[in-house]
Write a protein that binds this ligand. Structure first.
Ligand SMILES: [Zn+2]
Length: 362
């Protein structure tokens, strides 16, 4: 991976950005995007959009969601223990004993989610998964007044688990879901621009590219809806993480087989447009990018599900990055899959004809 791109990925991952509070990550993204885009804009709720070739036709969106899972302070008791609720789909069984960061008005405050010692639990206690109101953050406060001086109801909380490479290709971090999507969106734009500069294969970029870092996916996809209304795209390729199913205990007959390091996955079904999927498959073949395929009889539930019904129907495809242990503090990806997605986005954009529209022929 290009060194600047790698540093950008690490900076994105380091910026805490729970749903509804994405500004730190969006600032990193916009600063990077300004080097390549003709225009970078933000909106009322902090969506960020980078535009390349704005006079092109059709208008193509590369969407990634900028938010990550987190928690929010709900209550501080008189002993100084802090109650929390979740932001997005976090399994409460995974929260006990984790280091966290509370994002207060005075900066970051470290803490831990209390985890009572096994010796002190009732005999069958260790088997029971906690409910959210039973979980609490301990900041080592003297009492409630001490804690309330530092922390307020509504402060957001993130897990303190940072990026780490396990070997040359495989990395873990707390929030690949979905910094990898926003990373790919702007890297795809950068590579499309670079290919133009080199006149690769005599290709011209006919479409306008709108790389989007959409807010609030983990809590319902509102950011993507705002972007769809503002941009009115003719097609959208959504990049999100997808479940790698190659670790123990996952039934591939039920969930399909998606492996780490074997290339991006392309979703099939419902919101995924067959003609746009076909273009992506051809572009992958021409660029020698391996693809995996995933079946979603009902829906894959990404931003594509939000986007595709807007403006009378926006053709969408979903490109997934295989991710082990999604929605945990140890999400695992292969960086080769990541760079292949950026390559695939650029190759797909360059394969689009002037004025091309995607339709199901009936
Ligand atoms: Zn997610």
């Amino acid at each position: 991976m290009r060194n600047e791109s790698f540093e950008f990925l690490k900076a994105l991952l380091a910026a805490p950005s729970p749903s509804g509070f994405e500004a730190p990550g969006q600032r990193v993204w916009c600063q990077y995007a300004r080097q390549f885009a003709d225009e970078v804009r933000t909106d009322a709720y902090g969506n960020a959009v980078a535009v390349l070739n704005p006079d092109g036709d059709p208008k193509l969106v590369f969407d990634g969601h900028a938010d990550e899972l987190g928690m929010m302070v709900t209550y501080i008791d008189d002993k100084g223990f802090i109650s929390i609720q979740r932001i997005g789909g976090i399994d409460p069984a995974l929260v006990r004993g984790k280091r966290v960061r509370i994002h207060t008005r005075d900066g970051i405050l470290p803490g831990v989610v209390g985890a009572t010692a096994i010796h002190l639990l009732p005999r069958d206690g260790e088997k029971k998964a906690p409910k959210w109101p039973e979980l609490f953050i301990d900041i080592g406060a003297a009492d409630g007044d001490d804690a309330r001086k530092k922390v307020r109801v509504g402060d957001v909380v993130t897990f303190a688990y940072d990026f780490e490479m396990l070997n040359d290709n495989v990395a873990v971090a707390r929030a690949f879901d979905n910094r990898v999507g926003t990373w790919c969106a702007i890297e795809g734009l950068r590579l499309a621009k670079e290919a133009l500069g080199k006149g690769r294969n005599g290709r011209k970029l006919h479409c306008a590219i709108y790389a989007c870092a959409s807010v609030q996916e983990e809590v319902g996809g509102a950011g993507a809806a705002m972007n769809a209304a503002a941009i009115r795209p003719d097609a959208a390729i959504v990049v999100d993480v997808t479940h790698a199913t190659d670790s123990p205990g996952i039934d591939v007959k039920e969930h399909g087989e998606t492996k780490l390091g074997q290339g991006p996955s392309l979703s099939i079904g419902r919101e995924n447009h067959p003609a746009l999927n076909e273009l992506i498959i051809k572009a992958a073949k021409a660029a020698k990018i391996p693809l995996q395929f995933e079946a979603f009889g009902i829906s894959g539930g990404t931003n594509a599900l939000t986007i595709y019904t807007k403006n009378g129907g926006i053709p969408c495809s979903v490109v997934g990055l295989p991710n082990r242990y999604m929605h945990t503090t140890v999400e695992m990806i292969d960086l080769r899959d990541l760079t292949r997605i950026a390559d695939l986005l650029a190759a797909s954009a360059l394969a689009i004809r002037k004025g091309q529209r995607f339709r199901v022929e009936v």
